[in-house]
Write a protein that binds this ligand. Structure first.
Ligand code: AMP
Ligand code: MG
Length: 340
């Protein structure tokens, strides 16, 4: 790795864009020493930004301590503090940023704000050993097909409305499902879908390279409420339809860019059926399929720490006085000097 490398080179990364508060530790060589995640689970309904931020403030100290303990590092070993600068929910982002600024100032080490979507791609590349993939990034807040070109990760396609994870989560809540055994809603839908098999026709909406999921969600909820079909079959049909849409867009980006790797990252990447569909599409194009390992699929601090290392060692720094969070910071606005 080129660029500056301070002594005792470890970076602490803080993730707090939405429901998860996480602290990860990475060496400057990409060894992940800790990755502690504490998720906010709302008592009912979706994530309320201020309630999630309150959770983050409450658990920050404990998560920080747990991550340091796991890594065996002490505060003096830290040479860099990274945090998710955006995109995300304002109160949640600000809570993480406040912790990061405090740590950097107290320890007299540099601060670097990283783009959350870039971090998902970088941890995927690191942990799934991908070099220059087409990435399908699917999570609770994002649904993006991207690939590197001329200094940036270019967005080839994205959702025009809600994210894939959000679509599954809202459906699950409307169906009265519960997050049993700490399973995320998407995983609960996945389990039920595994017991279904009848494919019921639902709106399939790919528009050019983009896609739309809100009509599909509404139709799936109506179908579920009609009581005419087994819930398992509705879950199965919802998954098949939504996953086919993201697979189609990813396939087109792969054909266009002629890259030879497909990276699947973000919380929904844990889904086995989606992995199967993207994997088989990649195989058809003689591309290798690289799913990010489960613990790095969801929002996590390790991805922020590692992306902080990449950014800082290539000249990016975020002085405290200009570290205001960016709620709508698009992936394709970020320069990626380490890929050049
Ligand atoms: P993230 O936003 O990256 O933290 O990911 C959280 C999202 O991933 C939520 O929408 C979850 O429901 C979803 N998710 C987690 N596990 C699975 C799974 N096995 N299948 C589908 N979605 C999942
Ligand atoms: Mg999350």
């Amino acid at each position: 790795m080129k660029g500056k490398k301070p002594t005792g080179a470890y970076c602490l990364g803080i993730e707090s864009t939405a429901d998860d508060f996480s602290v990860g530790l990475s060496s400057f060589d990409g060894e992940i020493l800790a990755n502690v995640v504490d998720a906010y689970v709302p008592p009912e309904g979706g994530i309320h930004p201020r309630e999630a931020a309150r959770h983050h403030a409450e658990v920050a100290g404990m998560v920080l301590e747990a991550a340091l303990k796991t890594s065996g590092l002490g505060p003096k070993d830290l040479s860099l503090i990274a945090f998710s600068l955006g995109p995300g929910l304002g109160p949640c982002l600000r809570t993480g940023a406040t912790v990061a600024r405090g740590l950097a100032s107290y320890l007299h080490v540099p601060l670097v704000g990283v783009n959350h979507c870039v971090a998902h791609i970088e941890i995927g590349k690191l942990e799934a050993a991908a070099k220059d993939p087409v990435t399908l990034y699917v999570s609770g807040g994002n649904t993006i097909v991207a690939a590197y070109d001329s200094g940036r990760y270019r967005v080839f396609g994205e959702t025009l409305d809600i994210a894939l994870g959000n679509c599954l989560d809202v459906f699950a809540r409307e169906a009265g499902l519960r997050q049993k055994l700490g399973l995320p809603f998407g995983a609960v839908v996945e389990r039920l879908a595994g017991e279904g098999g009848e494919l019921i026709s639902l709106p399939y909406s790919v528009k050019g390279m983009d896609l739309s999921l809100s009509g599909l969600l509404t139709a799936a909820v109506c179908l579920m409420r009609s009581g005419r079909h087994r819930l398992e079959d509705v879950c199965y049909s919802l998954q098949e339809t939504a996953f086919s849409m993201v697979t189609e867009v990813t396939e087109r980006a792969l054909a266009h860019t002629e890259k030879d790797e497909v990276l699947l990252t973000g919380g929904v990447a844990a889904n086995k059926r989606l992995q199967m569909m993207i994997g088989s599409m990649a195989k058809d194009h003689d591309a290798s399929f690289k799913p990010v390992p489960g613990r790095f699929a969801i929002d996590n601090g390790a991805m922020v720490a590692w992306t902080g290392v990449l950014a800082y060692t290539h000249g990016v720094e975020t002085p405290v006085e200009s570290s205001a969070v960016k709620l709508r910071w698009r992936l394709d606005e970020v320069e990626i000097p380490w890929m050049q």
